[in-house]
Design a binder for this molecule. Structure first.
Ligand SMILES: Cc1cc2nc3c(=O)[nH]c(=O)nc-3n(C[C@H](O)[C@H](O)[C@H](O)COP(=O)(O)OP(=O)(O)OC[C@H]3O[C@@H](n4cnc5c(N)ncnc54)[C@H](O)[C@@H]3O)c2cc1C
Length: 627
């Protein structure tokens, strides 16, 4: 044993999922030596559940990741097979990009990026022990007996710690279908770092054989034309498939109700907390009894396989009940099962033991990211991986931890929520979690995050320059647009006013041929394609944006505001019922205390602040736009 030296890495990342990939990538790009240890080299970047990246609130995270040099946006574009922007019938605050992804290719491409990085060494195996040595370094031991040392360690082990899968009454140990569970690491983390584990649960729907589905009976869902990529540097993306929509029906709901005692979620077999906002079909049927039907989307998982993902039908009912349910769905009468749906329970931490860089509050150099922090979703995991990887790099280089403000990014919202409020159920991102969502949009991710990207050189110089040039073009175009006056039927008017009065659409904005000066600017300035949406939204909604900017300043200032003892929270208008209960229980003394409470949103905080303001008799600020 004495003959081989233990290798020392700057950063050891445990787990090759979405968090582990971004953590390894960003720290390796900071010129550090990185070791990525994962159970199975063939499953790096595997998509455990849905074959899609982005979606409501998640698309925003992916766009932010793009400016910060993450891998997910580029690979999602390269392997995307259908692209859509969601919520475009609503206001721009909630527009979110989503791509249907070829999950086989996604994993292959991301593996090739990671294995090709000169600063990343990949080790296959199960980590069973992590220790903090008196030297301040970490000792990581694999099941094989192999030992590594590191200056910093990042745990990104997903749903694998003591993973237990359920299909009806059947229980199997495993982190996800086809993968074994990690059975020793939880105990080691508990003994060596005092980690107290919680149990969460998530679930996945059945997978069906493409050729057994009656596609002609179903409603087609096409991608957007032209498709919009996540990454600023992606070209030539195209829609390659359609998805299809069908529905559950009353006989199905009845069947589920009749068999509810066989559902692990309802018969006491699963007691851990699942995601409230991503419920199983049995949950939907039992919780929303008045609903006639629920949507089911049929999504191809890959161009290379015939596997169809049944989005909306996550379940852990027994296999025969799942089959009976599916066969009652229009178009799926003869559907052949490739895999049944299942639920998985796993260990995760209370993220309030972490700081905003996802570092343990007591153990310098020990970081946690992804599902282990009580979140759910690839995008949530990926951005945490980036934060933990960058923070670990800063720790190793003795630089201050990077700060992500919740008034500046969805990443900031996620971090702030996690480390201050914790997660009482698998946390997933929604636009509604972001109180400043009018100001924090996909289209302005560059402006919001370029300074941080420049500070830490998260992108190569050429790409940073490109982003900077987009911002410069924007200010020229903005000035140009403001100087355009037009003759309309109502007389001479300014283009900005015409946009606000809905007389010009986003596409028409740059086609104001009559105005020579503006035409010259438009021709000279590049990036019109990138800036079209951004300029249009900022011109059209300037009034709302200005109000929100004032609110941000006001809310930041008011943290120390005292809340009088015996305040009756149940009588305060605008608070949610959950917030009323939680505030009554906690009796906070200041607004800062309120911010730390789980279940009390920033919108509740604003309602409380308005109430305190009114009670004090001072003038009500003219700056709130939450309603
Ligand atoms: C059944 C199921 C259903 C899901 N449903 C949804 C859903 O509906 N919507 C949604 O958004 N998300 C869903 N998810 C969650 C999504 O898969 C995760 O949020 C995401 O993959 C988390 O990324 P991660 O990097 O934290 O972990 P993972 O992607 O799970 O990666 C964990 C990695 O850690 C490695 N690992 C674990 N333990 C060890 C060890 N001891 N030593 C070495 N390596 C180890 C594994 O090999 C793996 O590479 C589901 C997951 C599962 C399993």
């Amino acid at each position: 044993m004495g003959s081989w030296r233990i290798k020392l890495f700057d950063v050891v990342v445990i787990g090759g999922g979405h968090a582990g990939i971004e953590a390894s990538w960003v720290s390796a790009n900071q010129e550090l030596s990185v070791c990525l240890i994962t159970l199975d080299l063939n499953r790096i970047g595997a998509m455990s559940c849905n074959p899609a990246i982005g979606g409501q609130g998640k698309g925003q995270l992916v766009k932010e990741l793009d400016v910060l040099g993450g891998l997910m946006p580029r690979i999602a574009d390269e392997t995307g097979i259908q692209f859509r922007k969601l919520n475009t019938k609503k206001g721009p605050a909630v527009w979110s990009s989503r791509s249907q992804t070829d999950k086989e290719k996604y994993s292959q491409e991301i593996t090739s990026e990671i294995t090709g990085h000169p600063n990343i060494e990949i080790v296959s195996g199960e980590v069973c022990n992590v220790e903090w040595l008196s030297s301040g370094k970490y000792k990581i031991t694999l099941k094989t007996g192999q030992v590594l040392n590191s200056r910093s360690t990042i745990l990104t082990v997903g749903t694998f710690l003591n993973g237990l899968m359920h299909v009806g009454t059947q229980k199997m140990e495993g982190g996800r279908h086809g993968d074994s569970a990690a059975k020793q690491l939880s105990k080691s983390m508990q003994d060596n770092f005092g980690i107290r584990w919680k149990r969460f649960k998530t679930g996945t729907p059945p997978r069906l054989e493409r050729d057994s589905i009656k596609w002609s009976l179903l409603k087609e869902q096409r991608g957007d034309e032209p498709p919009c990529p996540f990454s600023l540097w992606s070209a030539g993306i195209e829609n390659k498939i359609n998805c299809y929509l069908t529905y559950t029906n009353q006989p199905i709901h009845q069947l589920i109700e009749e068999n509810i005692d066989l559902a692990p979620l309802y018969n006491g077999q699963i007691t851990s907390q699942g995601p409230r906002y991503c419920p199983s079909i049995e949950d939907k049927v039992m919780r929303f009894k008045g609903r006639e039907r629920h949507q089911i989307f049929l999504e191809p998982e890959s161009l290379e396989t015939s596997v169809i993902y049944v989005n909306g039908l996550s379940t852990s009912l027994p296999a025969d009940v799942q089959e009976a349910v599916v066969h009652k769905i229009n178009g799926l009468e003869n559907a052949q099962f490739l895999r049944h749906g299942y639920a998985v329970e796993y260990d995760c931490i209370d993220p309030r033991i972490l700081d905003v860089g996802l570092q343990h509050l007591k153990y310098p150099g020990l970081f946690f990211a992804g599902q282990i922090n009580g979140t759910s979703g690839y995008e949530e995991a990926a951005v945490q991986g980036l934060v933990a990887g960058l923070s670990a790099a800063c720790f190793v280089k003795s630089l201050p931890t990077p700060k992500f403000d919740r008034a500046q990014s969805y990443i900031g919202v996620l971090l702030d929520d996690l480390v201050h409020k914790g997660s009482e159920e698998p946390y997933r991102m929604f636009t509604s979690r972001c109180e400043y969502r009018m100001s924090i949009r996909e289209d302005n991710a560059i402006e919001r995050l370029l300074p941080l990207s420049e500070q830490y050189k998260l992108l190569p110089t050429e790409k940073l320059k490109f982003c900077r040039s987009i911002i410069e073009s924007k200010s020229k175009l903005m000035k140009g647009i403001e100087s355009v006056f037009l003759e309309t039927s109502k007389g001479k008017t300014n283009l900005v006013k015409a946009i606000r009065r809905n007389e010009f659409s986003m596409d028409e904005m740059f086609h104001v041929e009559q105005h020579e000066h503006f035409r010259a600017i438009v021709n000279e300035v590049g990036h019109r394609g990138y800036l079209k949406e951004n300029l249009f939204i900022e011109l059209k909604y300037e009034g709302y944006l200005a109000k929100e900017r004032k609110t941000i300043v006001w809310m930041n200032k008011e943290g120390k505001r005292q809340i009088p003892a015996q305040t009756s929270f149940h009588n305060i208008p605008g608070l949610s019922n959950e917030a009323r209960d939680r505030l009554t229980l906690a009796q906070p003394h200041t607004l800062s205390d309120v911010r730390k409470l789980f279940g009390v949103t920033p919108a509740d905080e604003l309602a409380l602040l308005r109430y305190l303001e009114k009670r004090r008799g001072s003038e009500k600020p003219q700056n709130s736009n939450f309603s």
